[in-house]
Design a protein. Sequence first.
Length: 148
Amino acid sequence: MVVIVEPALHGLGRYFQQMEQGQQITVLESMQYEWMRVRSFWSFPRNAGVSYLYLARIGFFYTGRVSETCCYSCGQIYREWREGDNPLEIHRRISPHCLHLNDGDARNMPIYADVINQWPAIPWEPLLEEAARPPVDEEPADLPEAGM
């Protein structure tokens, strides 16, 4: 079995289709899209000591107030971020039944979705080793002549 990671474009398509049709999307509804959660952190305090990419991955978006974040799924708010905090542990502590954390919130549209491919596994290692080997009959280019 091979696991392939690919962009979740189906989610983007749905978002843009809603916008094109003039459907009103609330801020909370838009935060089901991980890329919108990431975007919400554009003015997040850089000295908060936690990764905004990781916060978005585990469901949080930035509310725009100090260092306040909110989970799109469970609605829990957390604003006491400090250097060295483990956002996942904190999220589990304040909301142990959050659907996003328990892989049950079907509304989540991740930036990248894991897709299980049922095709037989291809033995990539020999192919990669061969591709990495320099050609036998060629000499390395003279770097000064190449403009390096």
